[in-house]
Design a protein around this ligand. Structure first.
Ligand SMILES: [Zn+2]
Length: 281
């Protein structure tokens, strides 16, 4: 009894602290509006609530371009960022402090080299961007909960924070630092074969199951397939089983095992962006 009450005394302040950080009603509303979080069990939900509370305490959110951020918006971003590290640790997001949010897509200037070696200056609208050792930038319009079960409105968040994990060992290259029980060789073999297979299917004009943007470079391949791993794990396992296995080891979770009987999501984040189910229009 003595040991039990000692444990309760130790746990109680932590639980109170969690409640203060993320009020229950706000947390419930966040879960309700986020289909990607629905399959999580009570233990995982509690862990995610605690992680996202710590994330909110450590990171700075800045509204840009007239964006007025409220606590629910910050929580929406934090929970989806923390879904990636649910079985890892908040230290995986060390090295940057700020999340900047615009109301709409934002314009970014790039220098691009063409096939003749000429450098062109181009402007592109972006929904999200992750800077190496810098902020994550998001467009609220493209990450807000939409209410459509096939479009969780969070794929951009998963994508940009996957880049952040990738950048833990330098510039994004599709290879975040592997865990000790993993090998670089297994990772490279699985992702390289899948990357080449995607390129081959695109060159053959085959309708893809994966957003063609994944073929841009290995860093985008990792980020887009991370979206698919969380939003449509059955699809990733069906098309690229070796990549699915490497992701399961890296993220130390298996989203497909949470709802084994759930119907496959026909469209949504990371999938072929040309196709939408009737619900999505
Ligand atoms: Zn990207």
């Amino acid at each position: 009894m003595g040991a039990l009450s000692h444990c309760l005394r130790r746990l109680h302040p932590r639980r109170r602290q969690d409640r203060l950080r993320t009020p229950y009603r706000r947390w419930r509303r966040c879960l309700t509006q986020s289909p990607l979080l629905w399959p999580l069990g009570p233990v995982e939900r509690a862990r995610l609530r605690r992680l996202s509370g710590d994330f909110l305490a450590r990171k700075t959110f800045t509204g840009a371009g007239g964006m007025q951020l409220d606590d629910s918006m910050r929580l929406h971003i934090a929970t989806h960022a923390c879904l990636l590290i649910l079985r890892l640790d908040l230290d995986y997001y060390a090295g940057f402090h700020e999340i900047i949010v615009y109301p709409e897509t934002f314009m970014v200037d790039y220098e691009e080299e063409d096939e003749f070696g000429l450098v062109h200056r181009v402007r592109r609208p972006l929904s999200g961007e992750a800077w190496e050792q810098g902020p994550v930038i998001l467009a609220w319009r493209d990450i807000a909960p939409s209410g459509c079960p096939h479009d969780p409105g969070a794929s951009v968040i998963l994508h940009e924070f996957a880049h952040k994990l990738d950048m833990r060992n330098g510039a994004a290259n599709g290879m975040p630092p592997p865990h000790p029980e993993m090998t670089r060789e297994d990772w490279t073999r699985a992702l390289t074969a899948a990357y080449h297979a995607l390129h081959a299917s695109l060159e053959d004009g085959e309708p893809g199951a994966i957003d063609p943007y994944a073929a841009e470079d290995p860093a985008e391949f990792f980020a887009v397939l991370t979206e698919v791993f969380f939003a449509a794990p059955e699809r990733l396992r069906a098309h690229y089983p070796a990549v699915h296995e490497q992701f399961r080891r890296f993220y130390r979770q298996d989203p497909g095992a949470r709802h084994p009987a759930a119907p496959q999501r026909p469209c949504g984040p990371g999938l072929d962006s040309e196709w939408r189910c009737p619900d999505c229009g």
